[in-house]
Write a protein that binds this ligand. Structure first.
Ligand SMILES: C/C1=C2N=C(/C=C3N=C(/C(C)=C4\N[C@@](C)([C@@H]5N=C1[C@](C)(CCC(=O)O)[C@H]5CC(=O)O)[C@@](C)(CC(=O)O)[C@@H]4CCC(=O)O)[C@@](C)(CC(=O)O)[C@@H]\3CCC(=O)O)C(C)(C)[C@@H]/2CCC(=O)O
Length: 209
């Protein structure tokens, strides 16, 4: 019964990407963004994701340049960090998630916010020029925007792809409307997630399929 299926990983990837390119309407996207979109769709199976994709003109070049220059990658969730394929990273970039830092629960209590948002406080020292990848927690994205507005370092690019029903759409809309000079890539609405965000990062990290 299970005899007829494809066992070659490279062939599975090749067919997947060919299917996505055949079914998704990528025509309105610049080539560099289309490559990122393909990998995001690959992570979730939704070819209509393109409809909700929004990005600033410089987002992909800025993220690619920052990664090549060795910028750290800050992730809101371990799931995002775990999904980054280390061998694709162009400069052995640090992939950092501070959610499990021992100081975070206390910080969350004192700030009156979630652990995800409190963990963003620990990014301050290396935020300038970094690549930020938010795939889970809307509060982390809101907090990042507040921090940058209050004078914290400005990341080179922000992938704002949190998922969910409470604050997800609003946090992404706020990122897209930012007047802080932040380059961004978002998925409007409720859709998002760690896998999709890691997929976007993996596309930015290397042009290899
Ligand atoms: C409100 C939260 C939401 N979480 C969602 C979806 C998923 N979260 C998973 C896991 C394992 C984690 N979520 C936390 C980040 C946790 N989730 C929250 C918070 C309560 C608040 C975040 C926010 O609203 O901004 C948050 C806890 C916090 O205080 O920050 C997590 C840290 C909880 C924990 O285990 O302690 C943890 C992240 C672990 C990591 O580092 O990777 C899920 C796997 C769900 C599950 O466990 O059942 C899932 C993953 C989705 C994904 O693709 O990333 C929502 C839906 C995003 C939700 C926020 C919106 C909503 O409810 O409407």
């Amino acid at each position: 019964m299970s005899g007829q299926y494809i066992r070659d990983g490279a062939e599975i990837y090749r067919r997947s990407f060919a299917t996505i390119r055949a079914e998704a309407d990528l025509g309105g996207l610049p080539d560099d963004v289309a490559r990122v979109a393909v990998r995001m769709i690959h992570s979730c199976g939704m070819v209509d994701l393109v409809d909700d994709l929004a990005f600033s003109a410089g987002a992909v070049p800025a993220a690619v340049a920052a990664l090549r220059a060795g910028a750290p990658i800050f992730c809101d969730a371990q799931m995002v960090a775990a999904g980054v394929t280390r061998r694709r990273l162009p400069a052995s970039n640090d992939v950092i998630c501070t959610l499990s830092d021992a100081s975070v629960p206390g910080l969350a209590s004192s700030l009156g916010t979630t652990r995800s948002a409190a963990a963003v406080e620990l990014w301050r020292d290396r935020l300038e020029g970094s690549v930020v990848a938010i795939g889970n927690a809307p509060t982390a994205l809101f907090h990042l925007l507040d921090m940058v507005a209050a004078g914290a370092g400005r990341p080179a690019a922000v992938l704002g792809i949190p998922v969910g029903f409470i604050g997800a759409a609003e946090s992404k809309d706020a990122l897209a409307a930012n007047d802080l000079g932040l380059e961004y890539l978002i998925v409007r609405g409720r859709r998002g997630g760690s896998a999709m965000t890691a997929g976007a990062l993996n596309a930015l990290a290397s042009e290899d399929e």
